[in-house]
Design a protein around this ligand. Structure first.
Ligand code: URA
Length: 220
């Protein structure tokens, strides 16, 4: 697979170390949530390195200095439910951000996203949106969320995830080439439709980490 230019796969050693702990089937939900939070901070840090700044005067105990403030209002947009665990760590670093939840579930028959929650106000209140979802599988939810945010009036959108499948990367970059994708890994493939009892459901990332929602919330 040729990686599109808008895709950034973190090579940070902390990210790669934590990702391996996260994948491990033996990692319990409490540790899993901690790792999701820590990875979100590290990936969010990388994803925000080109945010715009404006000058801001402050007075130190010794003198006045022209420092910098973030220019754009930032929105964190977790896709329910597995994106929830990525919010708090990033929000601590950007306490002025707004958090707008988008609820999408994947119809198991069609694998298409169905929206069930969206409280975005009519007038856009942020300029830069960070979509948070640990797994970019088929790309259906990410594409639908970009569409919702663009129709709402978001000027810039970035996707921050943890593991992506090649199928999800290609679909999101083809449909929204202006959306940067920040992730920790591109995995091998998606699971096919189950052919016998006990097979995993269709559309899971392999090797992946299983169901990111179930593993965070202990509902496996
Ligand atoms: N969602 C998940 O939680 N895991 C996958 O592998 C794919 C989608």
């Amino acid at each position: 697979m040729v990686i599109p230019p808008n895709v950034y796969v973190s090579r940070h050693p902390l990210v790669q170390h934590k990702l391996t702990l996260l994948r491990n089937i033996a990692t319990e939900p409490k540790k899993f949530r901690e790792l999701i939070r820590e990875l979100a901070v590290l990936l969010g840090y990388e994803a925000t390195q080109d945010l715009r700044l404006c000058d801001h005067q402050v007075t130190t105990p010794l003198a006045q200095v022209t420092g910098k403030h973030l220019q754009d209002k930032i929105g964190l947009v977790p896709i329910l439910r597995s994106g929830l665990g990525m919010v708090d760590g990033i929000w601590e670093m950007m306490p002025g951000a707004e958090v707008w939840h988008i609820g999408l579930y994947r119809d198991h028959e069609t694998l298409q996203p169905v929206q069930y929650y969206n409280k975005l106000p009519i007038i856009p209140t942020v300029q830069v949106c960070l979509i948070l979802d640990p797994m970019l599988a088929t790309g259906g939810s990410a594409v639908a969320t970009c569409q919702i945010l663009k129709e709402w009036g978001a000027k810039r959108i970035k996707f921050v995830g943890i593991i992506a499948a090649p199928e999800g990367i290609m679909r999101l970059s083809e449909e929204h080439p202006d959306v940067d994708i920040h992730i920790a890994a591109i995995d091998d493939h998606l699971t096919p439709p189950p052919s016998k009892p006990g097979d995993p459901p269709e559309g899971y990332i392999v090797p992946g980490l299983g169901d990111a929602g179930d593993r965070q919330f202990g509902t496996a």
